[in-house]
Design a protein around this ligand. Sequence first.
Ligand SMILES: [Zn+2]
Length: 205
Amino acid sequence: MIVDVPIHCISCGTMLVEQIPEDEDRLRGVCPQCGKIHYRNPKIVVGTLIERDDQILLCRRAIEPALGLWTPPAGFLEMNESLAEGAARETKEEALADVEIVRPFARIDLTRIGQVHEMFLARLNSTEVGAGVESLEVRWFCWSEIPWSELAFPVIDWILRLRRADLESKQEQFHCGCLRWRDVGSPMCLDNYDLGELQSLLLKG
Ligand SMILES: [Zn+2]
């Protein structure tokens, strides 16, 4: 499995067994000692698309997975913060950029790895950006020079394509959809995914 799986009971430390609890319909990590059921649920990833003229800000990752590849600033939502607050915090951490969140842009479900990605449009409060500890470098890219073959994750590719298409058609939209792996080929390869259930909601100006 890809998703973090607890091996020991968080209450008593006993090794868990996988079984379907009574009245449920799927395998869970169950403690044979105290009976605690360990649920696993998707995590939320928040990030920002920061635009300047015809450019967008991308970070080159200094950490695995996808070390050395490009992504907008994004990371896991923390406890006690809103989606927008988390997106702004991740942007500060990875691109040393103070941003104002403009609006939600896309929400993509990644069912294979149990994540929901929420990406916002944001604008810089100051002109300064730089590489945070999780970034090797931070760069502005014109839409015509996006390093498509060096993007960190398939979901990033889809999100950037959606934004580029909106800019070209001069439409402001909010997109939600589900990125599904086809169950064949490398799960890191974009070609092995379909973006389904896509709904693009046109926003009034
Ligand atoms: Zn236990």
